[in-house]
Design a protein around this ligand. Structure first.
Ligand code: NAD
Length: 429
């Protein structure tokens, strides 16, 4: 259950945490207003010959730290309010991990599963056709998000190149490797969250091999974090997708579940070892039930607004790693904190994706292709350093990890704004 306005909810956090960080009110005010938002109608010729119109959005929220960066979501619930909230979170996230980017987000209101591959290609290309002057390698750089992938990024880049009569791989990230994508971008979001989880486990003095994990959303982010945590020794006892979830006390083999999902398009407790397929004893559970399981670590990796004041009290996990953007509404923050649940916030936990997108952009601009080892090493360095800074400030100032992450990001943004001068400067000259 979401509140009426995801954007208002995002603003509530920014306002209260900016005050906590002692940010100049003029700068806070600036952060409440998105820089630019485009709303567009996208005509698509369907396979049956008819013409359908889809609504598209792109918001460049704030560009004080650099060109804006953010994914493109294809989902039936995409709307202006959600896109603005996601763009604001991107602004904070890029600042938390110290990237030279501002925040943006885009999306199309569509059920992509109802389109044929050719319709999907036409829709992706028309989105870029109408936004070609709004985006650009120095201006705004899209990437994948929910229900978009590397193939779609490739179509989008090709359309941009055709319109601008250029070759600009740095206009979009998350592309196929063959088209200038970076090694390691596919699992970057899950890997970043995995690295944060390891850091947290270490700080808390927990034993990795004794931990149970539940993951909501078995897509790009959810699959990879579950895979990496299982490889490291955790037990993944619950997984879900939009169709519902499965639970097994003994834990699942994630790779086999993933193969099964690719074939059946939904998670099922059926998996194979070698040539022997077996049915794992499991229960079917709802997405709502997954959130309240008695597990050590809960990883919401689907959509925003799933933990509200109505179900926060029932959450039993010791820690929550937010891969989804905004899975916990601000109204539930106090309830979750008072229960002593450690939350690694979205603006840190899912920043691995934009970090490797930044690596991709750097490689495209310098004509290089990094090895997977270099990508992994650099990602680890950045994620670990960001986590450490957030953790240390939280300890020093007795804050939650979310408060600490926002305080750091807002201070970084604030210093950049101050460099241009605010009222205090102009009044004294
Ligand atoms: P994806 O499209 O690859 O996967 C989404 C998954 O969520 C799918 O398994 C889908 O079935 C499931 N899902 C959809 N609706 C659901 C529902 N109501 N309940 C439970 N599951 C549901 O998307 P993704 O890229 O993994 O993104 C997931 C979340 O992570 C989003 O909030 C996104 O903004 C965030 N995120 C993604 C990236 C990235 O690089 N992909 C980066 C940062 C944040």
């Amino acid at each position: 259950m979401k509140t009426a306005s995801t954007f208002n909810d995002a603003l509530v956090r920014v306002k209260s945490l900016a005050e906590l960080a002692n940010i100049n009110p003029e700068i806070i005010e600036g952060l409440l207003h998105p820089k630019e938002i485009m709303m567009v109608s996208l005509p698509v010729r369907m396979d049956d010959g008819s013409q359908q119109y889809f609504s598209g959005y792109r918001c460049r929220y704030n560009s004080i730290l650099g060109p804006t960066k953010g994914g493109v979501r294809f989902h039936p619930n995409v709307n202006e309010d959600e896109v603005k909230a996601l763009a604001l979170w991107m602004t904070i996230k890029c600042a938390v991990v110290g990237l030279p980017f501002g925040g943006a987000k885009g999306g199309i209101t569509v059920n992509p599963k109802a389109l044929s591959p050719m319709e999907l290609e036409r829709l992706s290309r028309v989105y870029i056709r109408v936004l070609a002057d709004f985006i650009g390698p120095h201006r705004d750089i899209p990437a994948p998000d929910v229900y978009t992938n590397s193939r779609i990024m490739g179509w989008m880049m090709a359309e941009y190149d055709a319109i601008k009569r250029t070759h600009a791989p740095d206009v979009i990230t998350g592309k196929p490797i063959e088209l200038g994508g970076s090694l390691g971008r596919d699992d970057a979001t899950g890997r970043g969250a995995y690295l944060c989880t390891l850091e947290l486990i270490n700080k808390m003095g927990w034993n990795l091999t004794e931990l149970s994990v539940a993951v909501q959303g078995f897509g790009n982010g959810g699959y990879h974090v579950a895979r990496l945590l299982q490889q490291a020794g955790c037990k993944i006892v619950a997984i879900s997708d939009s169709q519902g979830g499965i639970y097994s006390e003994d834990g699942f083999d994630i790779e086999s579940l993933w193969q099964g999902k690719q074939q059946s398009k939904q998670v099922k407790g059926v998996y194979c070892h070698g040539s022997v397929c077996e049915i794992v004893k499991h229960e079917r559970i709802s997405n709502e039930e997954l959130l309240t399981l008695d597990v050590d670590i809960l990883i919401p990796a689907a959509l925003e607004g799933v933990i509200t004041k109505n179900n926060a009290n029932k959450v039993r996990a010791k820690a929550i790693i937010e891969i989804a953007n905004g899975p916990i509404l601000s109204e539930a923050d106090d309830i979750i904190n008072n229960k002593g649940i450690k939350v690694v916030p979205d603006v840190l936990a899912n920043a691995g994706g934009v970090t490797v997108s930044y690596f991709e952009w750097v490689q495209n601009r310098s004509g290089q292709a990094w090895t997977i080892e270099k990508v992994h090493t650099q990602l680890k360095e950045r994620m670990t350093a960001a986590f450490e800074k957030v953790w240390d400030l939280a300890e020093k100032e007795q804050r939650t990890l979310r408060e600490s992450a926002y305080v750091q990001a807002l201070r970084r943004i604030s210093s950049a704004v101050e460099a241009h001068g605010t009222r205090d400067y102009f009044n004294h000259n």
